[in-house]
Design a protein around this ligand. Sequence first.
Ligand SMILES: C[S@@+](CC[C@H](N)C(=O)[O-])C[C@H]1O[C@@H](n2cnc3c(N)ncnc32)[C@H](O)[C@@H]1O
Length: 277
Amino acid sequence: MPHMGSRGEPFGALALRAHSRGDVKRRAIAGANAWRCKCRYSAEFPAPDRWSCNPLPTLDRTLSKQAARHYYERFADKQDQQGWYEDAALDRLIAGGGFGRARAVLEVGCGTGRLAEQLLARHLPLDARYLGLDISQAMLTLAAGRLASHGRAANLALADATVSLPVADRSFDRFIAAYLLDLLPRSQALDLIGEARRVLVPDGLLCLASLTRGSGGVAGLGSWIWAGVQRLAPQWVGGCRPVQLTGLLDARDWDVRSRETVSPWSVASEIVIARRR
Ligand SMILES: C[S@@+](CC[C@H](N)C(=O)[O-])C[C@H]1O[C@@H](n2cnc3c(N)ncnc32)[C@H](O)[C@@H]1O
């Protein structure tokens, strides 16, 4: 006699039914994804480690690349107003990044060059070089004005961080991504971490900051609300949602030196410094 499921069906039939339901759901989602990608969104199944702190256990939804570029082109002159939650995290990133000993710094998603200006003016040795990449020309124009006084030490280029970066293998000793990984789908964030490994020299430092899940209390509530808003309308928050950076780093490739969370005004950010093995 065959084994029976709860409705008296053989388990084989039950498995078949689950499989075909899963198939239908997957196909429907793939269709919806294709439609969203053409329009404004990308979507992926959330990772098992809950990389995105999405309170709704369905798709992890982010802006499509085109929508992100369009958004940040228009948002460039307002980017510096994000300091109320970013500054505390960037201070920790500077403190942990050992920039006084850096020779070559690559920043992806450099925005208006706010972090670069601080690094070049106060932390990097005089002969260190900096390269900032961004997908938005408007951001780069603001960054160019800001960094003009640093001459040839500072370079900027238009580039998409989700494809192979236009730099040679092992050519930098610091790799920065601040508030960029939290707007990328997990698969693209993982690819970017792979690129960081390619372009960093052994022992080079990966310096990351992003929105994250606040732990408990008001910070927990703050990140839960942010994630909910992002889930419903990613364009309202530039596609950014709370994520867990350490979930991206394979211990065989990265030695995590420090991981901190800061929560100014109840908006939690994670700062991770990891050494390339
Ligand atoms: C939230 S802003 C952060 C800017 C800056 N890092 C800061 O902390 O002020 C995200 C930045 O990433 C850039 N960006 C978004 N998608 C990108 C991509 N695929 N490649 C490169 N830059 C991207 C945006 O243009 C924007 O400048």
